[in-house]
Design a protein around this ligand. Structure first.
Ligand SMILES: NC(=O)c1ccc[n+]([C@@H]2O[C@H](COP(=O)([O-])OP(=O)(O)OC[C@H]3O[C@@H](n4cnc5c(N)ncnc54)[C@H](OP(=O)(O)O)[C@@H]3O)[C@@H](O)[C@H]2O)c1
Length: 311
C-alpha cells in the first residue's frame, strides 16, 4: 500500500490563511496543505478531532497543524484547545507562527546577538533593550527572548495601559519581568533610549518610531534593529537591506535593516516545518525552537565567513 501523505492543516483565526505560509509549507516538503480561515478557540476542537481520528495511527503521525492569526491571545487560546483535544496515541504536532511574528522576531534577535561584538558585547546578559512596538506579535517575541536571555527590557506602546497589559500577560505566560512604558514624544524617547544598548523597532508597517532628531541626541555605541520594511521605515535614515552597518548620519550607532533578516526568517520557518513533518507526538514548535534554529544559522554563517577569511 502507498505511504500516507504528509498533510498540513493551516488553521487561521483571520479570514484568510496566508499564501506565504502555504508556499513555505509545500517547499518544506508537505504533500498537501489545507487552509482554513476564521477558526476560533471553539471551532478548532472539531477540526483537530476530525484531522486526528481519520487516518489511523500512521496517518496521525503524518498529519500536522499550523496555527496562525493576528491576535496573539486568540492564537494562544486556539493552541490550548487544540492541545486539550488530542487523544494519545493520535496526538498531532503543532507549529505556531502568528502572522510570521514568531519566526521573524526570533530571526531578528538572533541577528542582533550574532553582531553584538560591534558594541563590545557577547550576550544579552545585563544589557538594556528597548522595544518600540513591543505589543505586536514581533515585538512580544523580541521582548520575551531578550528578557529570557538576561536583558533588562523596556516594552513600549503608544499607550501606557496597553504596555502594562501586554507586559502583565507576558509575565504570566513566560515568567519574564518587562518594564512597560509609553513611547511619548521625542524628548521622552531620548530619555528612554539614552542608556539602552539595543533599540528594536517592531512597529506596524509604514510607521517611523525613531527619528533622526532622537538618534542624534543619543550617546554612541548602540545597536538599532528595525523590522518595518515599508517606508517610512521604523528608524530614520537607514538602508532597509543592510545589516551591521554604521548609521550614515549618526556615527557610533550600528543598525540592521528590516529586509536583512528576511532570508534567515524564511530559512527558520522552512527548517521548522521540515522538523514538524517528522516530529513525534504532541510536540509544539514555537519561538523558543525558532530562536535556537536562527542562532544555529548565524553561527554557521559566521563560521563560513571566518573560514573564507582564513583561506
Ligand atoms: N520581514 C518579515 O518577514 C516580517 C514578518 C512579519 C512582520 N513583519 C513586519 O514587522 C512589523 C511588526 O509586525 P507585527 O505583526 O508585530 O505588527 P503590528 O501588530 O501590525 O504592529 C505592531 C505594533 O505597532 C504599533 N502601532 C500600530 N499602529 C501604529 C501607529 N500608527 N503609530 C505607532 N505605533 C503603531 C502597535 O502598538 P501600540 O498600539 O501598542 O502602540 C502595534 O502593536 C511590521 O512592520 C511588519 O510588516 C515583517
Amino acid at each position: 500500500m502507498a505511504e500516507k501523505k504528509y498533510i498540513l492543516y493551516l488553521l487561521d483565526a483571520d479570514k484568510w490563511a496566508s499564501p506565504f505560509d502555504i508556499n513555505v509549507a509545500y517547499d518544506a516538503g508537505f504533500d498537501v496543505v489545507i487552509p482554513y480561515g476564521s477558526v476560533t478557540a471553539e471551532t478548532i476542537r472539531t477540526l483537530v478531532e476530525d484531522a486526528m481520528f481519520s487516518r489511523g495511527l500512521d496517518g496521525a503521525q503524518r498529519t500536522k497543524i499550523f496555527l496562525n492569526g493576528s491576535d496573539l491571545n486568540v492564537v494562544r487560546d486556539m493552541l490550548k484547545t487544540a492541545r486539550k483535544s488530542m487523544v494519545t496515541p493520535f496526538d498531532l504536532s503543532i507549529f505556531v507562527d502568528p502572522r510570521g511574528g514568531y519566526t521573524t522576531g526570533s530571526a531578528m534577535v538572533a541577528q542582533v546577538e550574532a553582531y553584538l561584538n560591534k558594541i563590545g558585547k557577547t550576550s544579552f546578559e545585563g544589557l538594556k533593550v528597548v522595544v518600540f512596538g513591543g505589543t505586536g506579535p514581533v515585538g512580544q517575541v523580541v521582548s520575551v527572548l531578550c528578557a529570557q536571555n538576561g536583558a533588562e527590557v523596556v516594552l513600549l506602546s503608544r499607550r501606557q495601559e496597553k504596555a502594562e497589559r501586554i507586559a502583565g500577560e507576558l509575565k504570566e505566560l513566560y515568567k519574564v519581568d518587562l518594564i512597560p512604558k509609553a513611547n511619548g514624544d521625542d524628548p521622552q524617547r531620548v530619555e528612554t533610549c539614552k542608556d539602552a544598548d539595543i533599540i528594536f523597532t517592531c512597529g506596524t508597517a509604514g510607521i517611523q518610531l525613531v527619528s533622526l532628531n532622537v538618534l542624534k541626541q543619543l550617546p554612541k555605541n548602540k545597536i538599532l534593529a528595525d523590522v518595518n520594511a515599508v517606508p517610512p521605515l521604523g528608524i530614520e535614515g537607514i538602508n532597509v537591506n543592510k545589516k551591521n552597518k554604521e548609521h550614515p548620519e549618526v556615527p557610533g550607532l550600528y543598525y540592521h535593516g528590516a529586509l536583512s533578516v528576511g532570508s534567515v526568517k524564511l530559512k527558520v520557518e522552512k527548517k521548522g516545518l521540515k522538523a514538524l513533518m517528522t516530529a513525534e507526538g504532541k510536540k509544539t514548535f514555537d519561538f523558543v525552537d525558532f530562536f535556537d534554529t536562527a542562532r544555529k544559522v548565524y553561527a554557521k554563517k559566521k563560521a563560513k565567513k571566518a573560514e573564507k577569511q582564513k583561506a
